[in-house]
Design a protein around this ligand. Structure first.
Ligand code: PLP
Length: 451
């Protein structure tokens, strides 16, 4: 009998995270203190992060042990399943073998709980009582709310206003896990009040919400800030996805020719791709690793590789990354988790060095793929995850035309059960694409800081 699901046992949950910095030919340039222009040291970060995470940010050892209490909580939903997409393959009439690693079985609905749990753990160990954060689509906010609850921490979430209005159930889910949630821009912070003064109808953005959460954390000694993507320690924690996926494909007797994962701040892509990148760097494996982003927020495919702020209010250290400019205001597309102006410095450096690839997809094409996937595989993908599905379907169609028996791996980062209004917009023909003119992008890029 052919296998649909490739499962692992609890004993096969990875014991270590994989640190790609041990194998990169060029390390990313360090973050800079915006006031001095010099590399940001631990002293620049201690106001908002615990020391263990600051250390992971700059760690160079290849394997970092996962603390026992974190592995214990991972057991709630890990290892996650890998599926062979037989019905999708049949529908596409492709000789390609398509697999997907499904992170939507997490109780938060996405991969983000993989890093929320260790972040809450390290903060608790450091004596912190309260965490602040931002959330776009609500996936990260849900994850950190749950993780804070597990470790007895308070949680304040600044939720991008457009998502706050589009996704009331996400907000209620966060409240259920005990978090306080406010729409960003809010009146609670100077950063929020400044944006509202200029534009009372602001949809908000991840950049604004980050400013608010960082300001809140910097002001209080008992409070730290927690980021759901972009930073090196977040990418590190997500590498359990790719490690499990490798083991599962090995059990299926396969190895991917190409891996697709959606890319907002980059940690989802990093989590699936980096353990395969290790094989590429150490053993010369030919696997292609493709980050898929929305054409409405095309950071890798149309951005610039430069030092930029992580937020609108210019409070964060400068990060060397692909960016559309910290003042870039992405349109209100439905993949809220992919509306970030920048990208992980690790993913950015690897893209700059030609070791990973990127493509951008239009929103309508993404939902077309999401519906096809739902109807064949029976899982309704998150709009973010559907970007990877779109790119994988295009690849499978090319494989059909070329008669190639390619092995394609999709990172299915989450389910779309809280995104039904987006599906409704697509199904009723109301969904539109929101591409960017070169002029709008050039304008935003003019406001990059000179590093
Ligand atoms: C946040 C999110 C993403 C994007 O993740 P990054 O790590 O920021 O690139 C993708 N899929 C889902 C379901 C998400 O919630």
């Amino acid at each position: 009998m052919r296998e649909k699901k490739i499962l692992l046992t609890e004993r096969e949950i990875p014991t270590h995270w994989y640190n790609v910095m041990a194998d990169m030919p060029n390390l990313p340039k360090p973050p800079l203190n915006p006031a001095t222009g010099r590399p940001a040291g631990p002293e620049d970060l201690v106001a908002i992060f615990p020391m263990e995470l600051i250390k992971q940010e700059a760690a160079t050892e290849r394997w970092i042990e996962i603390p026992e209490p974190v592995r214990e909580l991972y057991k709630i939903w890990r290892p996650t399943p890998m599926f062979r997409a037989y019905q999708l393959e049949k529908e596409l009439d492709t000789p390609a073998r398509i697999y997907y690693k499904y992170e939507g079985v997490s109780p938060a609905g996405s991969h983000k709980l993989n890093t929320a749990i260790p972040q809450a753990y390290y903060n608790k160990e450091a004596g912190i009582r309260r965490l602040t954060t931002e959330t776009g689509a609500g996936q990260w906010g849900t994850s950190i709310s749950m993780a804070c609850q597990f470790f007895g921490l308070e949680c304040q979430v600044y939720m991008v206003k457009i998502s706050y209005n589009q996704k009331p159930y996400r907000r209620i889910l966060m409240n259920t896990f005990g978090a306080s949630v406010v729409a960003s821009p809010s009146e609670l912070t100077e950063a929020g009040r400044a944006v509202l003064a200029e534009n009372p109808d602001s949809n908000g953005s991840l950049g604004i919400a980050i400013s608010e959460a960082v300001e809140d954390a910097a002001k209080r000694a008992d409070t730290n800030y927690s980021l759901g993507s972009v930073l090196n320690h977040v990418c590190l924690h997500q590498t359990i996805i790719g490690q499990e996926a490798k083991l599962q494909l090995e059990k299926a007797g396969d190895y991917p020719d190409v891996v697709f994962a959606s890319c907002g701040g980059g940690s989802n892509f990093a989590g699936l791709a980096f353990p395969f990148l290790m094989d590429k760097l150490q053993q010369g494996k030919k696997v292609r690793l493709v980050a898929v982003e929305p054409s409405a927020c095309p950071t890798l495919t149309r951005g610039t590789f430069a030092y930029d702020f992580g937020d609108v209010a210019k409070m964060t250290p400068l990060l060397m990354m692909y960016t559309l400019g910290h003042s870039f205001m992405p349109p209100g597309i439905h993949a809220g988790g992919l509306r970030y102006h920048g990208d992980s410095p690790l993913v950015s450096q690897l893209y700059h060095d030609g070791l990973v690839e990127a493509v951008a997809c239009d929103q309508t094409a993404v939902f077309e793929a999401a519906v096809l996937f739902s109807r064949t595989e029976g899982i309704v993908p998150a709009p973010e995850s559907a970007h990877a599905v779109r790119a994988a379907i295009d690849e499978a169609v090319r494989a059909r035309e070329a008669g190639e028996k390619k092995v394609i791996l999709i990172g299915l980062s989450g389910h779309g059960h809280f995104d039904m209004s987006a599906y409704e917009a697509y199904l009723s023909g109301e969904l539109q694409d929101a591409p960017h003119s070169d002029e709008a992008l050039a304008e935003s890029l003019q406001r990059l800081p000179m590093a």
